[in-house]
Design a protein around this ligand. Structure first.
Ligand code: ADP
Length: 404
């Protein structure tokens, strides 16, 4: 089945075309046919598209909104890659309490996603424009599926998801820990089960997804039982530009002392903090590692980043009562032996022992990096959210056909 995967960010659009193996042909493998990215939607945008068997395409052009971006992608796919699409899978950031699995999109689903706009004001409206634009361009004969970044975490028990604030306020405003990056954590857990031949309901692991955004998840019996992002993606680990955990009193204090609105402080915590805020240099881990020797603040930013991740590792070992493995993913987790080693440093007491040579050699590929006798193994598993979206889309469309 040929599936277009659309991932609309606040000012970007990523896509892939994936030919998925279907239930009717069990030996078949999923194949990636095309991919692309449009950045800086709303101004002079950069477009980079590539497909197997055709020349890569790059241009800079004004793109007004997500509607126009989707039309641009579909026009390029149409002229370069004429195969008919069997379905479209949309990544939707926030599914709230409403969506606990991926669903076939109809008017009711669109209205429910719209009702969640307040919880994800930057992201859900962009996803909705992507859905509407592709529906308008492709017509009702191409089924579409919404896949949510929050739904993997709907299994969090109340004691992990409810904040200790007045309960009525939580209920009135839908305030609780939803968790994000669900597709990344779910993919990694599925691959871990496949690689290690572990039945999926026996997967007991801690996943550390470390990219520009970073989050950790405690997975028991294949289900998420805790995760570090909360009501918004600001909570938890230190990230490229986000602070992660912080005493909430800092927000009011900064607003009063600087004479600014709380919204400005929130913007600082989201966009000017984390690795960038501490180092004053960059949100890019590569650059910080490169300059850590001569730049004290770059060094400090890396120290804080790794220490916070190790604290979560310890917390989740306690939450799970031990784990079989720790799995790294995301740009930093997949590519930085230095950060992986620092996070796992001094954890031998619980049986977590990294093999230095293996760790140094593993860059961006699936591999175990712990010593053979370690009681808690360590893996690198690059996450592939698009593939998971394409597979969910395929199985929901196939199921719809069987049920019809
Ligand atoms: P996103 O969350 O936007 O998808 P990525 O998963 O691509 O981001 O991760 C981006 C981060 O990965 C950046 O901080 C980048 O510096 C870091 N990164 C990529 N390659 C390396 C590397 N070889 N060493 C250290 N960090 C790396």
């Amino acid at each position: 089945m040929k599936v277009l995967v659309l991932n609309c960010g606040s000012s970007s659009l990523k896509f892939q075309v994936i030919e998925t193996a279907t239930a009717a042909a069990p030996g078949e493998r999923d194949r990636k046919l095309a991919r692309g990215l449009i950045e800086r939607i709303g101004e002079k945008a950069t477009c980079r598209f590539e497909a197997t068997g055709s020349r890569p395409h790059a241009e800079e052009v004004f793109i007004r909104d997500h509607d126009e971006a989707v039309q641009k992608v579909l026009a390029w796919l149409d002229s370069n890659y004429r195969a008919r699409l069997d379905g479209v899978g949309h990544r939707v950031v926030h599914g709230g309490d409403h969506f606990t699995t991926s669903v076939l999109i109809d008017e009711e689903v669109i209205a429910a996603i719209e009702a969640l706009n307040e919880l994800a004001p930057l992201h859900n409206p962009a996803c909705l424009s992507g859905i509407r634009a592709s529906q308008a361009a492709l017509g009702p004969s191409v089924p579409m599926v919404a896949v949510f970044d929050t739904s993997f975490h709907h299994t969090l028990p109340d004691y992990a998801s409810v904040y200790a604030i007045p309960y009525e306020l939580s209920l009135r405003h839908g305030i609780r820990r939803y968790g994000f990056h669900g597709l990344a954590h779910r993919y990694v857990a599925l691959r871990y089960a496949e690689i290690t031949a572990t039945p999926s309901d026996q997967v007991n692991i801690i996943t550390l997804h470390l990219g520009n955004g970073c989050s950790a998840s405690a997975i028991r019996g294949g289900k998420s039982v805790d995760t570090s992002m909360g009501f918004t993606p600001l909570e938890g680990l230190v990230m490229g530009t986000r602070s992660g955990d912080l005493d909430p009193a800092v927000v009011g204090h900064l607003a009063r002392r600087e004479g600014i609105d709380v919204a400005v402080v929130e913007k600082w915590l989201n966009e000017k903090s984390g690795l960038l805020g501490v180092s004053g240099r960059s949100n890019d881990m590569r650059e910080l590692i490169e300059h850590a020797r001569e730049d004290e603040r770059a060094h400090l930013a890396i120290e804080i980043f790794c220490y916070r991740a190790r604290k979560y590792l310890g917390a989740y070992l306690a939450a799970l009562g031990g784990a079989d493995a720790v799995v790294f993913s995301g740009g930093i987790g997949e590519n930085s032996p230095h950060v992986r080693a620092k996070i796992c440093e001094g954890m031998e007491w619980c049986g977590l022992e990294v093999d230095e040579e293996r760790n140094a050699a593993v860059l961006g590929v699936e591999e175990r990096i712990s010593l053979p006798h370690a009681r808690i193994h360590v893996y690198v598993i690059p996450s592939d959210e698009e593939l998971l979206i394409a597979r969910d889309t395929t199985s929901i469309i196939e199921k719809g056909r069987v049920d019809a």
